[in-house]
Design a protein around this ligand. Structure first.
Ligand SMILES: C[S@@+](CC[C@H](N)C(=O)[O-])C[C@H]1O[C@@H](n2cnc3c(N)ncnc32)[C@H](O)[C@@H]1O
Length: 365
């Protein structure tokens, strides 16, 4: 049971408390018992949350159409890596689009799905195992030194973070401890050198009572990703803020939260191991790391803006049906949901390019 695992971790630690990063790593990724490691459906109506790729195939097809543009017009190599590829649904939609429309690219295509969760790797194998173009990897290192496209959808928001807070004028780190079998938070003066360096390098200052997540694992992952690609495009789709936006008072509570059976849970210590945990990501950090590794920022877009630029409207189908639940009506509704308001409004798309000759033609005319 996960709660016993947490109890042991806390008991073993010298100060009887663990960082939020260790807490999240345990509840999400402890072998066999962490949320993502268990045999339990996570994405879709019978899971805890939806992702854009899981509401129909238009999202995947739009990405695929744009990948084809990058390969044909911008000279990007036909090699795609998807980080945190989940249940493989998005990969499947992308692969099917390219197979059906671009036989020449299809012949030389490689598509690597990088995924930690054994449950999701099995789902990927079931979905895309028949395509020789696709392969599965557990770690980013397995595809080092590539030319092509590295992308992710809602990957960085699933990585563990430290949590800090400004309290009475000084910075504290928020830890997790246990009392009488109950999980609770405890604050201590901030002395973690990695967190202090992260804040100093970015000149981050907090208001009193402001909470802030420190994404040290995202930094590690992105340094690996941005170094691994020699030439091509880095595409990150996720919810998050720029440093300027983090300073707005609406975001002073931080963004750590859970999703449990499609309900948003603000108490991060609830349902350990049964609930997804997530944070909004720090786009400036990804941009800075990219720059250090030679990847230029091509743009930070709202997801709907990016999807319109990459031609999602071509996915709409004309029809005369009156039945609002017909397949075409539902499909068109899903597309409208991706481009107008609601759920889709929270997502952004960060585009970075490295050693790309035709970077100016990155979007179709
Ligand atoms: C929120 S889910 C998103 C899944 C998928 N991209 C989608 O859009 O449906 C995050 C995924 O990232 C995976 N993940 C987390 N840390 C990872 C890591 N270090 N390397 C690869 N995959 C990881 C999780 O197991 C999970 O499948």
């Amino acid at each position: 049971m996960l709660i016993h695992h947490l109890e042991e971790m806390i008991e073993r630690s010298p100060k009887k408390r663990i960082s939020y990063q260790d807490y999240m790593a345990a509840v999400l990724y402890a072998p066999q018992i962490g949320y993502y490691m268990r045999q339990k459906k996570k994405i879709g109506s019978r899971g805890d949350f939806y992702t854009s790729g899981n509401v129909g195939d238009a999202f995947g097809r739009s990405l695929a159409r744009w990948f084809v543009h990058l390969i044909k017009v911008c000279g990007v190599s036909p090699h795609i890596v998807e980080m945190g590829a989940g249940d493989g649904k998005l990969a499947y939609d992308i692969l099917v689009y390219i197979k059906e429309t671009e036989p020449l690219i299809w012949d030389s295509l490689t598509y690597v799905l990088v995924e930690t969760s054994p449950f999701h790797r099995r789902a990927q194998q079931d979905r895309i195992g028949m395509f020789k173009q696709a392969s599965l990897a557990v770690e980013a290192e397995e595809w080092a030194n590539m030319n092509g496209i590295v992308f992710s959808n809602e990957f960085f928001d699933a990585l563990p973070v430290h949590v800090i807070e400004k309290d009475g004028g000084s910075l504290a780190e928020v830890f997790v401890t246990m009392e009488g079998g109950r999980l609770l938070e405890v604050k201590e003066p901030l002395d973690n050198p990695d967190i202090l360096t992260y804040l100093a390098e970015r000149s981050v200052t907090l208001q009193d009572k402001q909470r802030y997540e420190i994404p040290l694992q995202m930094v590690q992952e992105y340094e690996k990703i941005a170094s691994s690609i020699r030439s091509g495009v880095l595409l990150t789709i996720d919810y998050g803020y720029t440093q300027k936006e983090w300073q707005e008072s609406a975001h002073h509570q931080g963004s750590l939260r859970g999703y449990y059976r499609h309900e948003m849970i603000t108490d991060a210590l609830m349902h350990p191991g049964d609930m997804d945990m997530t944070t909004h990501i720090h786009f400036d950090t990804l941009m800075d790391i990219g720059k250090k590794k030679g990847a230029a920022v091509s743009g930070l877009y709202q997801q709907h803006e990016f999807l319109l630029k990459t031609g999602i409207l071509q996915e709409l189908k004309g029809h005369q049906e009156t039945n609002p639940f017909s397949e075409t009506a539902r499909r068109n509704r899903a597309i409208r949901g991706l481009i107008i308001g609601g759920y889709s409004d929270h997502f952004r798309v960060l585009l970075q390019t490295k050693n790309l000759a035709e970077a100016a033609r990155i979007f179709p005319d």
